[in-house]
Design a protein around this ligand. Structure first.
Ligand code: ADP
Ligand code: ZN
Ligand code: ZN
Length: 742
């Protein structure tokens, strides 16, 4: 038998399997997924690698084959099924095998186990009391104090004994020698959430909730595993449905993973799960220490927990018998990794589900176009939930045309309608959220008089202003000079749109001096738990108005908020990105959904320069279906996902000349081998930021109806890159169906 090893070096040219022989002492020990130490290269340098399989025969000259040295110390073995998942990721998203292996193994190193020591009494009561009298007579006070405490409690934590009772280790040792007590150690798992009590669930599901649960459960019991999409308005009770489905899956002896965007991983959300599953739940987030994270993985592996809640990387929790993966707010862009392999949690969850016989449950009030498209094609099962669980009405929405405001002499970013409603709420002591959309901030050019936005004539995305005085399309490379007057109406009020949370806070202080204002943005949330602090201050009604970026529209329930204002709703609309419409619609729908979550009716004001754009009109009506129809027609027409598939090939290099040549050759090669009539090849173009830290960047886009065709192309490009030394200094990454165009 030979061992197939992936060497732990991120380099395309070494991205293949190396074979090693197995020394006799390791024969019984080695398992797929283990990290091992091997001699590598001419100098036989000790190098780490992962064992990904065994082979009966050796593909090389057996006399040249080297033996594995030993299993790596403190390595965390990954399971064979995770190795299989990594192989799938490498094929589906590109990159090297070692990059994929490291992605599915979120904890790379064993952490020392945390040990808890306890002091336990060995004597019976009568004997103990006699001993206590003896210590008292001898005036051995420390010994007496310890024994008296043990007679009360039987066993005490070591820390308590040494700190609270002020007893030193020699005293404990002395009593241990006399056979009075024993000092014991037990391994404890670091648990980020402790002492949670389960609570009985008394909730009666609404008809819609029961409908969703029954459909899922009928399939599950029949052995059908699939992907389900709960399309449920905010407040429709999606979380309750997740909890019920998870409870049923757990009752069958299986486990569940719940993915939540990190920003929504708040105390309140997590508490709802604890209340149902008690300490059989754990969480993963970036605030946990390495040791805590390691322990959570171990608890999952050892069957000590049933539910893991966390952001994207929690998807790789090594449960022994996974039954369900839930992805809440499935439309969030953070589910796509920005590092190689640039995987999407949704697709990767489905791949893991197929391999381990688990179902996938997606939930959103504004599903991604991808998920809806697949639900309509029958690939996913749609579970609609159209009503709020507690039957509150959705907010009344007003759309304000900012061009009219300007025409009528109001140059403020706060429209007259919004001004009037803010005054009304301040008087009624109800709360207000003002939301400023910062997506696409990066310098799109618009006319403040007529709303005209300068767009690329070829790509239907907005042009971005570059420092060199030109307007550039990040998509195809088209350039034109900046203009001084609006080509549409001749106004001189044309320029980059800028308005930050800080400016708005200042403005509010001027216009509403009595209002108490809180601001949530990058600046005010720098410190640890900054978000939580601001949100809980607002929840406690310590402020009347909360201003913020998209951070404030995500999933928080403030019953006293009855007015929401979106200050410049279209700022995200003209970012140079094909998902701009989708993002705008999602953000606005969520923002509007924040108003009137309690008993009082809510209102929302959407301020915009493009009141006729379907992303705005549909969000104002909370009409997902109409939005979807318009948007999918646009994607289809332009050849964008999810109707078509898009592969971005990103090239980066310190040397601009080398980069340009490499990009040109790569594109030409792609065009030459492209026998598929349907594939379109675009670029090379300069991405939005053409140079970062003196590294130049280029991007080539490949579009095709079929994802598989793009995988084939990727594999061929990878080979081409590997054998051509011209690419040696150029770093190349693949990004399938990217979240942004670059
Ligand atoms: P979503 O996740 O869809 O936004 P939640 O699950 O958070 O919705 O539910 C919104 C609110 O309605 C929560 O306060 C929740 O406790 C409550 N709720 C959900 N389902 C029911 C039900 N069947 N009966 C009563 N209240 C419910
Ligand atoms: Zn104009
Ligand atoms: Zn263009």
């Amino acid at each position: 038998m030979y061992a197939n090893i992936i060497v732990d070096i991120t380099h395309e040219k070494l991205d293949k399997i190396f074979q090693y022989s197995i020394p006799p002492e390791l024969e019984e020990v080695l398992q797929v997924g283990m990290e091992v130490v091997i001699p590598f290269g001419r100098g036989n340098r000790e190098t780490k690698g992962y064992l990904v399989g065994f082979a009966q025969k050796c593909d090389y000259d057996p006399s040249k084959i080297k033996p594995i040295l030993h299993v790596a110390e403190k390595s965390v073995a990954m399971e064979a099924k995770m190795v299989a998942l990594a192989a799938w990721m490498k094929e589906y998203y590109g990159g090297t095998m070692i990059q994929s292996l490291k992605t599915v193994l979120p904890i790379k190193k064993q952490e020392n186990a945390k040990v808890k020591r306890r002091v336990r009494l060995l004597l019976g009561e009568a004997e103990g009391k006699a001993k206590l009298d003896f210590y008292l007579q001898k005036n051995q006070r420390a010994r007496a104090r310890l024994l008296a405490a043990l007679l009360d409690d039987g066993s005490l934590e070591y820390e308590l004994v040494t700190k609270k009772l002020n007893i030193s280790l020699p005293v404990i040792r002395a009593l241990e020698e006399q056979g009075v007590l024993v000092l014991e150690s037990e391994q404890v798992y670091r648990n980020p959430v402790q002492g949670q009590q389960k609570e009985a669930r008394t909730l009666i599901h609404t008809e819609e909730q029961s409908g969703a649960i029954d459909l899922f459960w009928k399939d599950y019991q029949a052995g059908i595993r699939g992907t389900y999409l709960i399309h449920g308005v905010t407040g429709s009770g999606k979380t309750e449905v997740y909890i019920e489905m998870i409870a049923r899956v757990i009752a069958q002896g299986r486990q569940a993973i719940v993915l939540i965007p990190e920003i929504a991983l708040t105390y309140q959300t997590v508490m709802r799960f604890y209340k149902c599953f008690g300490d059989r739940v754990s969480i993963m987030n970036s605030r946990l220490s390495q040791g805590e994270r390691y322990d959570q993985m171990m608890r999952a592996k050892d069957g000590k927990i049933d539910v893991m809640i966390g952001p994207r990387s929690a998807l790789f929790t090594p449960f022994p018998n996974l039954g369900l993966i839930v992805i809440d707010e499935e439309h969030e862009t953070t589910y796509k990794s920005e590092q190689v392999p640039r995987y999407h949690a949704r697709e990767t969850a489905e791949a893991r589900g197929r391999m381990e016989d688990a179902s996938v449950l997606l939930g959103s009030a504004t599903p991604s176009l991808e998920a809806s498209y697949r639900a309509r094609s029958g690939e996913y099962t749609l579970l609609p939930m159209k009503n709020r669980a507690q039957m509150q009405e959705l907010a009344t929405v007003y759309t304000v045309d900012l061009r009219e405001e300007l025409q009528e002499g109001n140059r403020s970013i706060i429209s007259r309608k919004l001004h009037e409603l803010i005054e009304d709420r301040l008087q009624k002591k109800e709360q207000i959220m003002l939301f400023i959309n910062r997506r696409g901030y990066a310098g799109f050019i618009s006319c403040r008089s007529c709303g005209y936005v300068v767009k690329c004539p070829h790509c239907d995305v907005s042009l971005s202003s570059h420092r060199n005085g030109k307007l550039v399309c990040h998509y195809c490379g088209y350039e034109q000079p900046k203009m001084k007057t609006c080509p549409e109406c001749g106004s001189v009020h044309i320029g980059e749109f800028r308005a930050g949370t800080q400016q708005i806070e200042d403005l509010l202080k001027k216009e509403f001096p009595a209002a108490r204002v809180l601001r949530m943005d990058m600046d005010t949330t720098k410190e640890k738990d900054g978000h939580e602090k601001i949100l809980s201050a607002f929840a406690n009604e310590e402020a009347d108005i909360l201003i913020g970026t998209q951070m404030i529209v995500k999933g928080h329930d403030f019953p006293n908020v009855t007015l929401v204002g979106a200050l410049a709703a279209d700022m995200s609309l003209y970012s140079d990105d094909y998902r701009a419409g989708e993002r705008t619609f999602q953000l606005l729908t969520q923002a509007v959904g924040r108003a009137g979550r309690g008993q009082k009716h809510g209102e929302a004001v959407i301020q915009t320069y493009s009141p006729e754009h379907y992303a705005i009109t549909c969000a104002a009506k909370q009409d997902y279906e109409s939005f979807y129809e318009e948007e999918i027609a646009y994607r289809d027409l332009m050849g964008y996902p999810p109707v078509h598939n898009l592969l971005a090939v990103l090239l980066a290099c310190e040397n601009e000349q080398l980069l340009e040549t490499a990009a040109k050759y790569l594109k030409e090669y792609a065009a030459r081998i492209n026998r598929n009539e349907t594939m379109r090849i675009i670029g090379p173009a300069s991405p939005g930021v053409g140079k970062i830290n003196d590294v130049y960047r280029k991007v080539i886009y490949l579009k095709d109806e079929k994802y598989d065709t793009l995988i084939e192309m990727k594999n061929k490009l990878e080979q081409y890159i590997e054998i051509n030394s011209g690419f040696n200094k150029v770093r190349i990454q693949f990004d399938f169906n990217p979240m942004n165009v670059f």
